[in-house]
Design a protein around this ligand. Structure first.
Ligand code: XIL
Length: 342
């Protein structure tokens, strides 16, 4: 019998179990490739537990594009090479976003025509470079506000070029890599609600216009201090019913730890429950073939930087010991395999 001692093995072929791999630091700069490139438990777990990788920062504009002329692909290439060496697929993240853009771009005074050309060149170059080697691209990231309106003020592409640029981005990405599945990705769209409703409408409009959108994904940055998004499976299912792929792309479940407290047993149990329920929801939706954690050890997680007073959000603690959440995900993966395959 096949061993079920890692998440990837527990999952089998039904679903890709992924993680973001950190380019080091958690500041926007994240300029060094450590800890990903350093030997040790980080690399070992990344290689053995997961069947999919996402670059936590290194495929973003900020790191790829130090200036208008340069494509600094070193960190992104390192992720691609690691994945290839370990038989993993890669989720590309991300092409059109309001965040982590370089100053030369955000502060530049480009004409609409120039901006469009800049985005097109970026997509053709980056998507083209990795063509045939990317499972799914987050083409557009976080383009809607909480009320479902367009994030037009913050997103320079949409502000300057209108919603049509989103359709263009998908078309350029398709042309540059016909094999990759192309996704709309966002946070706070786990459950039914105004924001996910707006995506449900938007994606139908895009499809009606012949725009090559293949999938809708929810990040799933959850917190034990908030209720679980009960309608997660129902929400993903309605996108699946449109013929789209779905994915969970950035799962973590943060815990309130005032004054740097350690998580209690109850908190860890609740966290495990949230991870289990997300895993079960993903497995329940046909066409949901990718479940990615936003990091896998509390030693390297963006949460403590982004949410002061919260943490312990991942599957392994800072010493790489498996937490209850790890076993909850693994058990749910084994339970989700077809009967004859358990
Ligand atoms: C985060 C990274 O984890 C941090 O290291 C970085 O400083 C900021 O970005 N939604 C996304 C991800 O789509 O790209 C973000 O990643 C987390 C929220």
């Amino acid at each position: 019998m096949e061993h079920r001692d890692t998440l990837a093995r527990a999952a089998g072929p039904r679903i890709r179990i992924g993680t973001a791999v950190s380019g080091g630091g958690n500041g926007a700069g994240a300029s060094t490739p450590a800890p990903f490139l350093a030997a040790g438990p980080y690399r070992e777990s990344a290689a053995s537990e997961f069947s999919s990788l996402t670059a936590e920062n290194h495929m973003k504009w900020l790191l790829l594009r130090p200036d208008r002329e340069t494509f600094d692909v070193e960190g992104a290439d390192a992720v691609m090479d690691f994945a290839a060496a370990n038989g993993q697929v890669v989720r590309g993240h991300t092409l059109l976003w309001h965040n982590q853009n370089p100053d030369w771009l955000e502060q530049g005074s480009f004409s609409a025509e120039e901006l469009r050309a800049i985005l097109r060149e970026h997509i053709e170059t980056v998507v083209g470079r990795y063509a045939g080697r990317i499972h799914q691209w987050d083409v557009a990231n976080e383009i809607l506000e909480e009320d479902g309106s367009l994030r037009a003020e913050q997103n320079l592409w949409i502000r300057e070029l209108g919603i049509k640029i989103v359709a263009d981005a998908f078309r350029w990405a398709r042309a540059a890599d016909p094999q990759a599945q192309l996704f709309l990705n966002d946070f706070n769209v786990d459950a039914l609600g105004p924001k996910s409703d707006a995506y449900y409408q938007l994606v139908q409009d895009l499809l009606a216009d012949g725009v090559p959108v293949d999938g809708f994904s929810t990040q799933a940055h959850l917190s034990t201090a908030h209720p679980f998004p009960d309608s997660l499976a129902e929400n993903l299912q309605r996108f699946a019913d449109l013929g789209l792929a779905t994915a969970i792309t950035e799962l973590d479940v943060r815990i309130e730890l005032p004054g740097g407290a350690e998580p209690t047993e109850e908190q860890l149990a609740q966290q495990a429950e949230y991870y289990r329920r997300v895993t079960e929801a993903a497995l329940s939706v046909p066409g949901c073939e990718s479940l990615t954690m936003w990091g896998f050890t509390d030693a390297h997680s963006w949460i403590s930087h982004q949410f002061p007073g919260e943490g312990a959000a991942t599957l392994l603690d800072a010493e790489y010991t498996r937490k209850p959440a790890y076993f909850a995900v693994r058990d749910a993966l084994v339970a989700g395999r077809p009967d004859g395959d358990r």
